[in-house]
Design a protein around this ligand. Sequence first.
Ligand code: HEM
Ligand SMILES: [Ca+2]
Ligand SMILES: [Ca+2]
Length: 331
Amino acid sequence: HLSFNFYATSCPAAELMVSNTVRSVSANDPTIPGKLLRLLFHDCFVEGCDASVLLQGNGTERSDPANTSLGGFSVIDAAKRVLEIFCPGTVSCADIIALAARDAVAIVKNSSPHFHVLSISAIIFSCGIRLTIVILKQAGGPAFQIPTGRRDGRLSNSANVRPNIVDTSFTMDEMINLFNSKGLSLDDLVTLSGAHTIGLAHCSAFSDRFQQDSKGNLTLIDTSLDITYAQELIKKCPAGASSTSITVGNDPETSFVFDNQYYRNLLAHKGLFQSDSVLVEDGRTRKQVEEFANSEESFFKSWGDSFLKLTTIDVKTDNEGEIRQSCSFTN
Ligand code: HEM
Ligand SMILES: [Ca+2]
Ligand SMILES: [Ca+2]
């Protein structure tokens, strides 16, 4: 079973080492938090939260076309390398993914200007002048404890990816069914979709909302999308861009801030994916969208509950699975 602070005696600094890695890598590359969060989603929905998504080789989940735009692998590897030095064979890659995603959200800047005091130091000069230095850190998104003790899986099959991952073209019923099959409710669907308040998407991820004419020019065919926003997207994704590496922010307003802006975008018909727009079009979820758009506090509270459920889907514990030495390969 999972427990809070599972590594308290076997590797007391485990969580600190993961968060330090996430923090330092993200400081140099603001696209990292989004990648880590999506990596967790794609791990947990396929074979449970067991790091199956990290395994390399022919026919693994990672090799599936639905997973080619995943990132953040090097961050997990970097954390694992440090952990293997201090606590060899102890901390699972599955736990590292869950902790890293939790930390990624917590460190992404929040729009409300809260500050934490990071450190206070004082220098007293020989002339008696005392200089006090206070270092402040802007508070991030929701931060909370999650239980650990996940074990790493030995199975990773690309054929399992697409039946278990939501496609942007899914109807509300299809999304509800898939989430239900993972023990997640309608509220969890609305809450976890809020992950799209950060991160990036390739043009191909929403090209189904446009039609391309013979000259390669795009026109909007999805009437649930705001026309001005659609024109901005067309500008950023010139014709034929589906095969390029161009990306746009999932949240056009605050792409690198974990806030409730995503829900305000939905109300303004600026949900990037068809699967985002559905949440505000459908009577079953619209109320929840409005609630989160009005109250960031309500979204953050719900996020903690839903994230906990996401990170415990079909976990392997105790004697199941293994603790990998390298996150990319089984032992
Ligand atoms: C509900 C159905 C969902 C669909 C259809 C969906 C689909 C997508 C797609 C197509 C992308 C763009 C990928 C790319 O082009 O690179 C994306 C990005 C992302 N998704 Fe989702 N997603 C869903 C739910 C979730 C959930 C539950 C989470 C996490 C809790 C999540 C987290 C993210 C993040 C953080 C990104 C940005 C990735 C980056 O910056 O590299 N998504 N999603
Ligand atoms: Ca998995
Ligand atoms: Ca945002």
